[in-house]
Design a protein around this ligand. Structure first.
Ligand code: HEC
Length: 147
């Protein structure tokens, strides 16, 4: 598409937006080899805080690929759901492999894929580890809920 370099959105050349997207994807991918039992806080600070902020308030410092859809405030999920934290839905959203109609997936990486053990992707062992980490992340986010 030879005309792409003339397209600009929000004053940022598209090539720059693509570079940011790729950097975000590659950055997350290269971290999958980290072995061992990361705590949910370590995982959150490393993989999520860039967009959602360290406290989950949605004010991370990472440049957004799509400025019109800033990362949501993760401290309001219970409040928005009648005071009940939607635990299993949050697990599915983080994982990303199950389609959730009410949640358009525009920018967020599919963590159920990204966090797989390198060289052992989608083996029962790796899948169990991913499930453990994502469940721990959901529990960590549950602890951030504002009343
Ligand atoms: C590249 C930026 C980015 C990163 C990194 C990121 N998110 Fe997100 N997240 C988003 C955006 C943007 C949305 C809104 C849906 C969309 O557009 O993809 C979202 C949505 C969510 C939601 C649903 C919120 C709601 O209102 O229902 C949860 C839960 C969530 N993210 C958790 C996480 C967790 C946990 C991590 C780390 C493992 C993470 N996110 C990493 C950008 C990000």
């Amino acid at each position: 598409m030879h005309h792409v370099r003339f397209v600009r959105s929000w004053g940022v050349p598209v090539s720059r937006l693509v570079a940011v997207a790729l950097a975000a994807m590659l950055g997350a991918g290269s971290l999958t080899s980290v072995a061992g039992a990361q705590t949910a806080k370590q995982d959150f600070d490393k993989y999520c805080a860039g967009c959602h902020g360290l406290a989950g308030k949605g004010n991370g410092t990472q440049p957004y690929v799509m400025p019109l859809t800033p990362p949501p405030d993760l401290t309001q999920l219970a409040k928005k759901n009648g005071g009940v934290f939607p635990f299993s839905e949050v697990v599915d959203i983080i994982d990303g492999r199950k389609n959730i109609p009410s949640h358009a997936r525009l920018q967020m990486p599919f963590w159920g894929v990204v966090l797989q053990k390198e060289g052992k992707e989608f083996t029962p062992e790796s899948d169990a580890d991913v499930k453990r980490r994502i469940t721990a992340l959901a529990t960590y986010i549950q602890g951030m809920q504002e009343k």
